[in-house]
Design a protein. Structure first.
Length: 174
């Protein structure tokens, strides 16, 4: 009896080759079983293909779009300011923020902090010390493109990283 249960659970190709007599006795139930199994297989195949089409070139459902390395306008304010600080751009001390946008609006001009800033500058242009993100991104891009590249250092650094990308750094004390 256990052997028949095993044969019932076999795939279609195995059950057809192993038991031709059984197919003739219950042909109406086996054909409906085969068609429903075919439909299930086709549905599973379609779902698998849709899943692969979505995630074949990604790292899974939590995948993030790739950043373009030379598109500095997509970088965060902090990254741009760190670059500017690293290379000594003294004219970029602060990027416009949401608070500055609010303060520069009509409603913001009536607030206490806006009036106190105007008093401190003695009637000068309020936005004179501010730099927009687009301006600093363009300046960083021009500076980055103008830097000389040492090809030998770049190639050897790349080869070293590729060679040791899966190895962990371990210190052994003796």
């Amino acid at each position: 009896m256990a052997r028949n249960n095993h044969r019932d659970s076999a795939s279609e190709s195995e059950s057809n080759t192993n038991e031709p007599s059984r197919r003739t006795t219950g042909s109406s139930s086996s054909t409906t079983g085969k068609t429903s199994q075919k439909a299930k297989n086709q549905l599973a195949l379609q779902q698998q293909q849709q899943y692969l089409a979505r995630h074949i070139n990604s790292n899974g459902p939590q995948d993030r779009p790739k950043l373009q390395p030379l598109d500095f306008s997509t970088y965060s304010d902090e990254a741009l300011l760190k670059y500017a600080e690293r290379y000594g751009f003294s004219e970029f001390n602060r990027i416009d923020s949401l608070n500055s946008d609010i303060l520069n609006s009509e409603i913001g001009k009536k607030t206490f902090s806006k009036r106190s800033k105007k008093r401190q500058q003695h009637g000068g242009d309020v936005t004179s010390g501010r730099v927009t993100k687009v301006e600093i991104a363009n300046h960083v891009k021009n500076h980055f493109n103008g830097l000389p590249a040492k090809e030998n250092d770049i190639i050897t650094g790349f080869l070293y990283k590729v060679k040791h990308q899966d190895k962990e750094f371990k210190l052994t004390f003796q």
